[in-house]
Design a protein around this ligand. Structure first.
Ligand code: 9UX
Length: 72
């Protein structure tokens, strides 16, 4: 079990937070999702191989309509 925090751009309200939380929570292997609107981040907890997979997390964030900046 690991926890990783990623930056997310484009979230401006509570509904954005709900959308990102819902989409990322659907990723198999991710067991906990915490989104901070103030910090502009998503923190994911679950299988290490999943939560460290930036492309996988990015795909879920983009599915919700937001961006996870490319830093890797
Ligand atoms: Mo409300 Mo958050 O339109 O994008 S869902 S600002």
């Amino acid at each position: 079990m690991s926890t990783v925090t990623y930056p997310v751009t484009g979230m401006t309200c509570g509904h954005c937070v709900a959308s990102v939380t819902e989409e990322v929570s659907e990723v198999p292997g991710i067991t906990d999702v915490s989104v901070s609107l103030e910090a502009g981040t998503v923190t994911v907890t679950g299988d290490e191989s999943v939560v460290t997979d930036t492309a996988l997390v990015r795909a879920a964030v983009e599915e919700a309509g937001y961006e996870l900046p490319t830093t890797d």
